[in-house]
Design a protein around this ligand. Structure first.
Ligand code: BJW
Length: 231
C-alpha cells in the first residue's frame, strides 16, 4: 500500500490562533529574525530570545488542535500504508490532536537544550539562560529550536522517507526555508505524486502535481476523506 510523507508548516496551526511567519502581520513583521532566530542573536541577547520563545510557548499551550490536525490523525490511524508526518512547527498541536509519530525537524517549544553539552530535557513553561543543565550543570540553557544556520533534526531519516514515498504532501508552508523547501523536488525526483494544500499559491506551487487551495481546516479533511475513500 502506498507510503505518504506529509510536511506541515505554520499554515496548519493558523486557524488554531498561532501566527504564521511571512503572512501579513506574521511573526517576522513583529520581530527581527536575526535577533530571535539565530545562534548569533542568542549569544548577543539570551534574555530577549527566551522572552520571545516563552511567549510563543504560552500561546501554543493556550491553543487547541483544529480540524486539519485531527484529519491527519485519522489518516495515520486508517490509511492501510505508512504515513510519515514531518513538521516544521515547534508547537505540539499534532501530538495533542492524537498523532502518534511526529518528526519535529525545527525542534520543539516543549524541550530545552544545553548549549554546552547538547543534553535535552522537558522545557519549563518559562525558560531562562541561567537555568542549570540537569546533566552537566552549566547555565547555558536555550530553547530546543533549530535557528537559521543550524542543521534541522532527523535529515537523514526524512530524506530516506521521501526517497521511498509514493505521495508527498506539503500543507500550509510557504516554501521559503531550506532544506524543507527542497523536499518537493526530492519527492518529484523519487517519482512520488506531489500535492500542495495551502490558502494561496506558494513559492513552490509550480512544482506540485496537484494543488488544493483553501484554509487547512477545510482542504485537509476533504483531502483525507478522498484518500481514505480511494484506499
Ligand atoms: C495557510 C493558512 C491556512 C496561512 N490554511 N494555509 C540562501 C539560499 C538557500 C538557503 C539559504 C540561503 N541562505 C540561508 C539559507 C539556509 C536557511 C534558509 O533557508 N534561509 C531562507 C530564508 C533563504 N536555512 C537554514 O538555515 C536551515 N538550516 C540549514 O539550511 O542547515 C544546512 C543544511 C543544508 C542542507 C541539508 C540540511 C541542512 C534552518 C532553518 C531554520 C528555520 N527556523 C524557523 C524559526 C525557528 C522555529 C520557530 O521559531 O518557530 O522555522 S524560520 C521559520 O520558517 C520557522 C518555520 O518552521 C519556517 C518555515 O515557515 P512556514 O511554516 O513555511 O511558515 P510561513 O509563514 O513562511 O508560511 C505559512 C504558509 O501557510 C503560507 O504559504 C500561507 O499561505 C499558508 N497559510 N494560513 C492553509 N489557514
Amino acid at each position: 500500500m502506498r507510503k505518504i510523507v506529509i510536511l506541515t508548516g505554520a499554515g496548519i496551526s493558523a486557524e488554531s490562533g498561532l501566527g504564521t511567519f511571512r503572512d501579513a502581520g506574521g511573526v517576522w513583521s513583529q520581530y527581527d529574525l536575526a535577533e530571535v532566530a539565530t545562534p548569533e542573536g542568542f549569544a548577543r541577547n539570551p534574555a530577549l530570545v527566551h522572552d520571545f520563545y516563552n511567549a510563543r510557548r504560552a500561546n501554543a499551550l493556550a491553543a487547541h488542535p483544529n480540524a486539519a490536525h485531527e484529519a491527519l490523525v485519522r489518516l495515520e490511524r486508517d490509511w492501510p500504508g505508512q504515513v510519515v508526518l514531518v513538521t516544521q512547527n515547534i508547537d505540539d498541536l499534532h501530538e495533542r490532536a492524537g498523532h502518534r509519530h511526529v518528526i519535529h525537524m525545527h525542534g520543539e517549544l516543549a524541550r530545552a537544550l544545553c548549549a554546552a553539552c547538547g543534553a535535552h530535557w522537558p522545557a519549563p513553561e518559562k525558560m531562562s539562560a541561567s537555568d542549570p543543565c540537569p546533566e552537566c550543570g552549566t547555565r547555558a540553557t536555550r530553547p530546543d529550536i533549530v535557528w537559521f544556520g543550524e542543521m534541522p533534526y532527523d535529515m537523514d531519516l526524512i530524506q530516506r522517507h521521501i526517497d521511498s514515498a509514493d505521495l508527498f504532501a506539503a500543507i500550509g508552508t510557504s516554501g521559503q526555508v531550506f532544506p524543507a523547501a527542497g523536499f518537493v523536488m526530492q519527492a518529484n525526483a523519487a517519482g512520488a505524486e506531489t500535492v500542495e494544500l495551502n490558502l494561496e499559491p506558494s513559492e513552490l506551487s509550480g512544482m506540485f502535481d496537484i494543488r488544493r487551495e483553501g484554509p487547512a481546516t477545510r482542504v485537509v479533511p476533504a483531502w483525507v476523506n478522498d484518500l481514505l475513500a480511494s484506499a
